[in-house]
Design a protein around this ligand. Structure first.
Ligand code: NAD
Length: 249
């Protein structure tokens, strides 16, 4: 077991990549707070996992909910070793001039401000421990953007870059910060990213741009998050790791 006894928080853990990250963490011996706006979904994933997981319903864009998630982890598991900032949202793929101000605000609240709030909540705890790992789920969208997702791409560019900046600032405190950048994957967000119905023909167009010839799977992202949380990556910080079948080459 590679994460034996670690106390972790996975945001957006009710579905998609986050649910698989939470399952993989528990399989490797960690305790997990599954923090999601979809409180019922978080409870379902936590009850499937069993005693190592607890659900926390709330928004990553709300300071009180974020503070409560960190308190829950510390009160329940006695410490906080790893935070995975995975929750994310996008408006449906469309020309940039059609994106509303509400959609712009939501994409930056959920994808960017949430990490500001979580950093403020979890870093003081990790500084006291003199150790911690923060893993931000960025995207290939922040490296090699596709049209129709300009403001989402910009939010993920911010996530990718802030991970490096956080890494240099927090290194003296023994806190490592890394970023996983997935390519398009089979999750709840897929149709919004494509902007067209999820048909085999439409998928084929996107898959044609990925050298290894398939979309990402939640297990690909979960495996990378296990590695970044464990001892095997102890000398890695500020890395943006594309999990993308070669899309960003
Ligand atoms: N699926 C892809 O193609 C892809 C590619 C690159 C990056 N990503 C990123 O991966 C991450 C996970 O997304 P996914 O693809 O698994 O999608 P998903 O929709 O299956 O999961 C996202 C989860 O985040 C939760 N969430 C949304 N807003 C929230 C909020 N305000 N507070 C708490 N939870 C909230 C949702 O309820 C959901 O459970 C996101 O950051 C996304 O941007 C996805």
């Amino acid at each position: 077991m590679r994460l034996q006894g670690l106390s972790t928080i996975v945001t957006g853990g009710a579905s998609g990549f986050g649910a698989e990250i939470a399952r993989a963490y528990a399989r490797e011996g960690a305790k997990v707070v599954i923090f999601d706006l979809n409180a019922d979904g978080a409870k379902t994933v936590a009850s499937e996992i069993g005693a190592s997981a607890i659900a926390h319903g709330g928004s990553v864009a709300n300071k009180a909910d974020v503070d409560a998630a960190v308190k829950l982890a510390v009160d329940t598991f006695g410490k906080l070793d790893v935070v995975v900032n995975n929750a994310g949202w996008t408006f449906r793929n469309k020309p940039m001039l059609e994106v509303t101000e509400e959609e712009f605000d939501r994409v930056f609240d959920v994808n960017v401000k949430a990490i500001f709030l979580m950093t403020n909540a979890c870093v003081p705890v990790m500084k006291k421990q003199k150790s911690g790992r923060i893993i931000n789920i960025g995207s290939t969208a922040g490296v090699r953007p596709r049209p129709g997702l300009t403001w989402y791409n910009a939010s993920k560019g911010a996530v990718n870059l802030m991970s490096k900046s956080m890494a240099v600032e927090l290194a003296p405190d023994g806190i490592r910060v890394n970023c996983i950048a997935p390519v398009m994957g089979e999750t709840g967000l897929l149709e919004a990213f494509m902007g067209v119905p999820d048909t085999p023909e439409n998928r084929a167009k996107f898959i044609g741009t990925i050298p290894l010839g398939r979309m990402s799977r939640p297990s690909d992202i979960a495996n990378a998050c296990v590695y970044m949380a464990g001892e095997e990556s102890e000398f890695l910080t500020g890395v943006i790791l594309p999990v993308d079948g070669g899309r960003t080459i």
